[in-house]
Design a protein around this ligand. Structure first.
Ligand SMILES: [Zn+2]
Length: 320
């Protein structure tokens, strides 16, 4: 995808400046601009270039992209049930589809769940083979695990007779580019070239962390951390985290309207609290939309409908 145009860039920087005043959530936003898809002409190792985190085309907006990491796990089926119930009888275009960034090593443990993710209309994507921080892996291991995880995702699609060109990747912990020996974005280009004969691996970050990984967060708190981030929502409460006696603990904070932005949210389907939070969230969205003017309606959009995640002319079929 091309670089961000100037007007979007100004909006984005204003948002980042306003966000930086309030240290809420992980929000470790990198303001160094980069493109989606690793730029094939850039030597990242040389430039140390870091990619942008927020998704400019929907930041800020009342659009939300739901993403779930680290599965499939024991609660993923329950989450799929929740989406199926929400989508039942809902017209096309108003259904909610999520993206599941799965660990390659979990796919063989939950093969039927992995297939169901796709069959139910959601997106299956790679969160690497395991959850090791890639900055701690050497280049050979990073590249072989990355390739293995991509092929594992492709195999699930293939088992259903589906050829899909959009295969997304998310770094565990969002960590990359800090290993002195190489740069992960150079490796992404290299692995994409090897598997597809072209630059086909698009990486995905998130616009806000719901803090659902904090054990003491309740489902209600996680739902509010997602819902209240949308500009159309008037509630100004979020649950940030702070360490108390060495344990991450939720802390209620008040935000102002400038902090809200929507975009890609991060949750984890390996936690039951997060799965139950999704039910609360979808119910809140439904109630909100039933009483809102069109311009204030919340849209749950699929990742592959977002500009930054579209593949356009790329072919991206696996090389035999
Ligand atoms: Zn993860």
């Amino acid at each position: 995808m091309g670089s961000v145009n100037n007007s979007k860039l100004i909006v984005l920087l204003l948002v980042l400046i306003s966000c930086s005043k309030q240290n809420i959530g992980t929000a470790e936003l990198s303001v160094t601009l980069g493109d989606y898809f690793a730029d094939k002409d850039v030597d990242y190792h040389k430039t140390k270039k870091r990619a942008i985190w927020p998704t400019p085309s929907i930041y800020p907006s009342n659009k939300i992209v739901l993403t779930f990491d680290d599965g499939p796990g024991p609660y993923t089926n329950k989450l799929l049930d929740i989406f199926a119930e929400y989508n039942k009888d809902r017209p096309e275009g108003q259904k909610a589809f999520a993206t599941f960034f799965v660990l390659g090593e979990n796919l063989s443990k939950y093969p039927e769940v992995a297939k169901r993710i796709i069959e139910d209309g959601h997106i299956l994507a790679s969160h690497d083979w395991n959850h090791t921080n890639n900055n701690k892996e050497n280049q050979t291991l990073f590249e072989s695990d990355l390739a293995k995880s991509i092929v594992a995702v492709e195999e699930v699609y293939a088992s259903l007779g589906i050829e899909r060109k959009e295969i997304y990747f998310r770094f565990p912990y969002g960590e990359y580019g800090k290993n002195g020996g190489y740069h992960h974005l150079d490796s992404i280009k290299k692995v994409g070239d090897k598997l597809y004969g072209e630059n086909c691996l698009n990486y995905a970050f998130w616009d806000y962390d719901t803090n659902d990984w904090v054990k003491k967060m309740t489902s209600e708190m996680i739902a509010l951390n997602t819902f209240n981030m949308l500009p159309a929502v008037k509630e100004m409460i979020l649950y940030d985290r702070m360490k108390k006696d060495g344990i991450w603990t939720p802390i209620k904070v008040e935000i102002d309207a400038s902090y809200k932005h929507g975009g890609v949210s991060l949750m984890h389907d390996v936690h039951l609290r997060s799965v139950l939070a999704t039910k609360i969230l979808l119910d809140k969205i439904e109630t909100h939309n039933s009483t809102s003017r069109d311009e204030d309606k919340i849209e749950v959009v699929a990742l592959d409908t977002v500009t930054e995640y579209q593949y356009d002319e790329r072919e991206c079929t696996l090389v035999d």
